[in-house]
Design a protein around this ligand. Sequence first.
Ligand code: GLN
Length: 488
Amino acid sequence: MDRMTDLTKLTIAEAKEGLKKKEFSTTELTKAYLNKMDECRRLNAYVCETPDLALKQAQVSQEKYQNGTAGDLEGIPLGIKDLFCTKGIATTACSNILKGFVPPYESTVTSKLLAAGASFLGKLNLDEFAMGGSNETSAFGPVINPWSKDVPLVAGGSSGGSAAAVAANMCAGATGTDTGGSIRQPSAYCGVTGIKPTYGRCSRYGIIAFASSLDQAGPIAKDVRDCAIMLKTMSGYDAKDATSAKIDVPDFEAYLGQDIKGMKIGLPKEFYVDGLDKEIAAYWNKAAEMLKARGAEVVEVSLPHIKYALATYYIIAPAEASSNLARYDGLRFGNRIDGKHLDDMYINSRTAGFGKEVKRRIMIGTYVLSAGYYDAYYLRAQKVRRLIREDYLKAFEKCDVMLTPTAPTAAFAIGDKSMNENPILMWLNDIFTVSVSLAGLPAMSLPIGLSEAGLPLGMQLVGKAFDEASIFKVADALEKDVDFRKVR
Ligand code: GLN
């Protein structure tokens, strides 16, 4: 069997099957991934590797398979975005200010994964404090997209390490977080599948906060089914997070393979933006046709306030970030640079600890929250956020799921001058993802095909609040028609 020659190519569902049937052991599976990590180290996806821990966990899992007590993710080696606090394992948010920080506790999401039997191969690279769309703001340097040809391309961001690690088979699946697109956009750039669930679906406890009213955890995996398996484990109410939702978690996997006949797929007309890559527009059409061919009805919907989404996001997210990042003062966490007085110590620690993009966001955030400007910027942005959410609610009266591109272009080159010198250009990349985050809705990115240059492109499926199930149904249908695995 070909897949046996490289265990890292198996999906989570296939690996579970193989482990159950004793075709290979959890240790063999783990070692295959550790080898792959070795081979692909130049991609810079991992910022901390935990091979000993993974092998120890594999042994425990093997016993569980033997005595019939295997959990939903038993023996499955995962990579964890370095924004999740992991007990006893360095957690940095890829910022110099947190270098050396070893959390004394485990995030709820990672605890759930561990309880289900998963093992952790290490911590994955990200944009510093998840601020960015290309993984270039990381204190550990950028992640290289495994699809790069002559020039190294970005993996996307902020969960660039997660998407690249999954794409290069350096883990069976990975955790990501998404504040304005950080699961979906890197998934699109790397040709993998990722879902940001509804705000409140996964607990934020133990995830280093960027913008608390937007941050959500979610899986990045090799396919739709693996996302369903991981998301089920990661979801659920948690008393430790006041915004986590007391809502039942469905068995997302059960929705795969269901008929999508009669489902209404909305295409938001405002998403036909200037600068949308022609190839992406063509794939968008093609995806709609594929769904139509399966009996879904495609309807046009309108989100009239969407043009304000980026501006709104880039006020609200920095505002919340500036407040969340106030805790990094050199006293309690990570790096301290002493000074003559207490104030000097704060200034020195924060000056040395934060990178340029994080400082930019703190400056914007404190500005829009300052006494004279609060009403004009922050309060107004909150009001526009409400309008955007209402647009979505109204549009969802006409459709069950929306189909849009994930990002306006394919992955670009690392260090691309225009992107790096002009933050606005970089921020424009989030045009299709941020409004969904502002509305708190679930959305998935899945590969739709390759560009002429041979780079993966992604489509986004947006659902109603807590209706990830419909996304899974439609995504599964689309995935079958696209058959991207053949391309990979
Ligand atoms: N690219 C967006 C930003 O820079 C989104 C990041 C994220 O979702 N964490 O804020």
